[in-house]
Design a protein around this ligand. Structure first.
Ligand SMILES: [Mn+2]
Length: 307
């Protein structure tokens, strides 16, 4: 497929409102310090930095009725949804810098509304160590960054399930999860019930990343909007230590590059989340730098000798 780099706009959500550890609130600056915007511009993309949005501070309170910080999470997600919707309305690609992964509810709801309005197919690639399919009844922690996929599929508090113009925002068959290796017991039952398409680490080990990505991208065409929701904890903690919920045995450097290159080859990426970079846990900004390196590949920089 021909590559036309589409214009893009970056914005940051400096909050860790849905997470157990503080620090993901520093993610947007860490990614800018690692020269994210310059790296994308170097790919020939017309890119703007819209700066950071504001929102309620993290009160560090206990869960109430199974949810921690629900009102604050709703406020941040409304901000994300409006900004992503505005950027999509300008014909540009929204790149949301988290922040923790609960913010993908807002960004993806905006994308889902946009695709419905213009009649495009939507596929969401959820790159993560975790399925993020918890609910109030099964969550071990009450942290909303473990619940965004469930909420997007209609399972969750009405304020989040009903963020956008259409609820639920997504059908389970629009989602592909890759890199998964930590799923809570109740969550396992739910993802089976909802038939979420999960490419876990064992499957990646067994059939290899190339075939995994061929399956993940099967059917993607010029009429498909690909949303990439990239939680850096998908990566092996040995190469990406700067994140709050590290799980051993993640995607390695070459596998990650191949994923990004194969996504770039489709020419269909229409929106991107970069979440869970936590500089307080990082080593000399290595995780943000690696994320930027992978984003360059998402925007078509090949590590091979083909171009
Ligand atoms: Mn996640």
């Amino acid at each position: 497929m021909a590559m036309h780099p589409r214009p893009a706009s970056v914005y940051g959500l400096p909050t860790d409102i849905g997470a157990a550890h503080r620090g993901a609130s520093m993610g947007p600056e860490a990614l800018r310090v690692a020269r994210l915007v310059e790296a994308i511009a170097k790919r020939g993309v017309d890119i703007r930095d819209e700066g950071n949005l504001g929102g309620p501070r993290n009160p560090l309170s206990k869960p109430v009725d199974g949810y921690r910080h629900l009102d604050e999470v709703v406020a941040w997600n409304r901000a994300a949804m409006s900004m992503s919707a505005r950027i999509l309305g300008e014909g540009r690609m929204p790149i949301m810098l988290g922040g923790d992964h609960c913010l993908a509810m807002g960004s993806i709801t905006a994308v889902a509304d946009h695709c419905r309005a213009i009649g495009k197919k939507l596929r969401v690639l959820w790159l993560d160590a975790h399925a993020d399919f918890n609910t109030r009844d099964i969550t071990p922690s009450g942290n909303l960054h473990g619940m965004p996929v469930a909420c997007l599929c209609g399972l969750g508090p009405k304020e989040l399930v009903g963020l956008g113009k259409h609820a639920p925002a997504l059908r389970p068959d629009q989602i592909r999860q890759i890199g998964i290796r930590s799923v809570d017991a109740g969550e396992k039952r739910l993802v089976r019930e909802y038939e979420i398409d999960i490419y876990d680490m064992r499957y990646i080990d067994e059939i290899g990343m190339r075939r995994v990505m061929e399956e993940v991208l099967d059917g993607v065409d010029a009429d498909t909007h690909l949303h990439v929701s990239f939680d850096v904890d998908m990566l092996d903690p040995g190469i990406a230590p700067g994140t709050g919920t590290r799980v051993p045995g993640g995607v390695n450097y070459r596998e990650a590059q191949l994923m990004m290159e194969m996504i770039a080859d489709t020419g269909a990426m229409g929106s991107l989340d970069l979440v869970e970079v936590n500089p307080a846990l990082d080593k000399r900004n290595a995780t943000a730098k690696l994320a930027v390196d992978l984003v360059e590949s998402l925007f078509g920089k090949s590590t091979l000798m083909r171009d």
